[in-house]
Write a protein that binds this ligand. Structure first.
Ligand SMILES: [Zn+2]
Ligand SMILES: [Zn+2]
Ligand SMILES: [Zn+2]
Length: 331
């Protein structure tokens, strides 16, 4: 059983000789293909292609199986040679990285749209004459208004309804005409102003309210907690698992990560099984992988429970450190 915290692997030519590989610590030769592994939390990591095949075999296998269009055939052929024989492809929905926000970017120059590949801003007018900046777990993107509309209609409607001065009137009008009455505006991420890795645990009392639906989380119910940042002060915020799954930055890797880190003495296997009713429906494109609930249970069964070492505390909830139980990458 392997697990890794990455949501995507990208291929690129190494531009400088300075970069070292996160897996083996050896320099990545200038001009060679390298992989950029995008974790669910934190900064992308650079890897040799053979090291990427070891560290994220599922994502590498997915690229190879689907002959991914975002990978040059040459790089695909190279990483295919290093794939472990027992690698299973990652769910395709991992690459459906949620957009968490749109903002208006006023740039003097044009760059290709990250969705359609055409110059952006392009032809004057509301559909293509502007650059929309979009934020995602995997970084920042640039889209034509019409492409942003296609990818994130709920966010586009939110822009139209908020009616901020920063957005050109013709873009807001386009968003409004296309979306109003057809989709619901996407609620802002409940994780806004929080940090660290969500923790899955049993609610010790019925006092805390879910930050998303505002209803109390019952004593003994499973909940996800994350720390809220008020300047320097920190206090946790909580969510129902089902509410978290509806937020605009939900990614299945979040739940996998929460299960990898769960305290099995506190959360019994049956509690994970019971999560089935709260999970989102299986995305259409995930037709060749086990459903999310099965993946969560397999993780629960496979995670070695780390014996707490004396005198050493794990990362705090607020630290953006994805701590993987030892040996889990390569077992
Ligand atoms: Zn390496
Ligand atoms: Zn476009
Ligand atoms: Zn809730």
């Amino acid at each position: 059983m392997r697990w890794n915290p990455y949501i995507d692997l990208r291929a690129e030519r190494s531009r400088a000789a300075r970069a070292t590989c996160k897996e083996c610590g050896v320099a990545i030769e200038k001009g060679s293909w390298r992989a950029q592994a995008v974790p669910i939390l934190g900064k992308p990591e650079l890897l040799h292609l053979d090291c990427a095949a070891q560290r994220a075999p599922d994502l590498a296998k997915r690229k190879v199986v689907d002959e991914a269009r975002d990978w040059p055939p040459e790089a695909l052929a190279e990483i295919a040679r290093f794939l472990p024989a027992d690698a299973h492809p990652a769910p395709r929905s991992y690459q459906r990285t949620p957009l968490t926000g749109l903002s208006y970017g006023k740039d003097a120059y044009s760059k290709p749209c990250d969705y359609c590949g055409v110059e952006c801003p392009g032809e004057p007018g509301p559909t293509h004459g502007h650059a929309v900046r979009a934020f995602s777990l995997s970084g920042e993107y640039r889209f034509h208004p019409v492409c942003a509309l296609e990818l994130a209609p709920g966010l586009a409607l939110r822009v139209a309804l908020e009616d901020s001065e920063r957005w050109p009137a013709e873009v807001k009008a386009l968003f409004k005409a296309a979306c109003e009455g057809k989709v619901r505006p996407t609620p802002r991420s409940p994780w806004r102003d929080t940090a660290g890795i969500p923790k899955l645990h049993v609610s010790p009392s019925g006092r805390a309210a879910c930050r998303y639906c505002r209803e109390k989380i019952g004593k003994g119910e499973l909940r996800l907690g994350r720390e809220q940042l008020y300047g320097m002060r920190r206090s946790p915020v909580y969510f129902h698992v089902r509410c978290f799954c509806r937020s605009d930055d939900f990614h299945p890797k979040w739940l996998e990560l929460a299960v990898v880190r769960v305290d099995r003495a506190e959360v019994a296997r049956g509690r994970i099984e019971a999560l089935g009713a709260e999970l989102p429906p299986t995305p259409e494109e995930d037709d060749d992988v086990p459903p999310l609930l099965e993946r969560l249970l397999a993780l629960y069964d496979a995670v070695p429970q780390p014996a707490p070492e004396e005198g050493s505390e794990g990362p705090r909830l607020t630290e953006n450190v994805v701590e993987i139980p030892r040996g889990f990458f390569t077992s």
